[in-house]
Design a protein around this ligand. Structure first.
Ligand code: 3HC
Length: 294
């Protein structure tokens, strides 16, 4: 079965990016948010991204209009009833996900594939909120979704291998490179990335280097597009703190334990770019100022 109609639940940073790349690949996409204001905000962010591509000359205006024509927003979950695939990108809280999957399981036909974009919660547990664990998997995108080429396709012990391959083919159609992985907290990327980010905070705490020097070391010494502290600000310190806590809880390994400084930054609301302050001060977004450790 080819995936043509796609539902995306949640039109924030990740959901809007997923909706954009699916519409760009020719799918009919319905995005659902909880209020008309959030639907509007999500669609505006997609419009901004598409316009950026038009301005750069990588997307012809006529093609932009076609992509936009394939996207519609709604607040009504029932509008996802004829989707071949529903991708969930809502808040990382299990009770909210349970409520959503319970409802969608009743609305969508048995053939609809359900996928979660979660970065840390158990896909297996979410599948139990439905009567279709064989058609349930993880589909984890990376920020910024239109730019990052990778998608993790996460199967549980109950996922039908044919469904897994259909979703791998869908990811390829989006122009992404899918990797197949299993339902272990953090999957591949965060399992490797989170200890690295936490270690960068430990290095800063221990005075191994300044914010700027730690970031420059990994940028210039290892060719990373961003240093680890800038990446923490980009992803959100609260998000990484949250993921690390879930990973620590799952594996009980020291490498996933959040350093005290990260916890204190989250307690202070210094969550990175979106908060205007993190390891850098973004008062002037064009010239972020690194935090000075006293
Ligand atoms: N949306 C769409 N396109 C964007 C964008 C956005 N938010 N931000 C940047 N771009 C595009 C630009 O238009 C530009 O396109 P072009 O090459 O065709 O001109 C290209 O990306 C490069 O952008 P810039 O020149 O403005 O800036 P940079 O060269 O610094 O690149 C970056 C920005 C792509 C964000 C780059 O710094 C990068 O790759 N950083 C690492 C990001 C990363 O590691 N993401 C994964 C985070 S982990 C995660 O998401 C998992 C979760 O579970 C935590």
């Amino acid at each position: 079965m080819a995936i043509e109609k796609v539902g995306v639940v949640g039109c924030g940073l990740m959901g809007s990016g997923i909706a954009q790349v699916a519409a760009n690949a020719g799918c009919q996409v319905t995005v659902r948010e909880v209020s008309p204001q959030l639907v509007e905000k999500g669609l505006q962010s997609i419009d901004k991204n598409l316009q950026r591509l038009v301005d750069k000359g990588t997307l012809p205006q006529a093609e932009r209009d076609k992509v936009r024509g394939r996207l519609r927003g709604t607040t009504n979950l029932e509008d996802l009833k004829d989707c071949d695939l529903v991708i969930e990108a809502i808040i990382e809280q299990l009770p909210a996900k349970r409520e959503l999957w319970n409802a969608l399981d009743k609305i969508c036909p048995k053939t609809t594939i359900f996928a979660s974009n979660t970065s840390s919660l158990s896909i297996t547990e979410m599948a139990t909120f439905t009567q279709r664990p064989d058609r349930f998997l993880g589909l984890h995108f990376f920020n910024p979704v239109p730019v990052m080429k990778l998608v993790e396709v996460i199967r549980t012990i109950a996922t039908d291998p044919k469904v897994n391959e259909e979703v791998v083919a869908f990811a390829l159609r989006l122009g992404k490179t899918p990797v197949r992985t299993t339902d272990r907290t953090g999957f591949i990327v965060n399992r490797l990335l989170v200890p690295y980010l936490l270690d960068a905070v430990r290095a800063l705490e221990e005075g191994v280097g300044s914010v700027e020097d730690i970031d420059n070391s990994m940028k210039l010494g290892c060719g990373h597009p961003m240093g680890p502290l800038a990446l923490l600000d980009f992803v959100g310190n609260d998000t990484t703190f949250y993921i690390a806590n879930i990973m620590f809880d799952e594996f009980k390994e020291k490498r996933f334990a959040s350093p005290p400084l990260l916890k204190r930054m989250v307690l202070s609301g210094w969550n990175g770019r979106k908060a205007g302050r993190g390891f850098y001060d973004y008062s002037d977004p064009a010239k972020p100022k690194p935090m000075q450790m006293t």
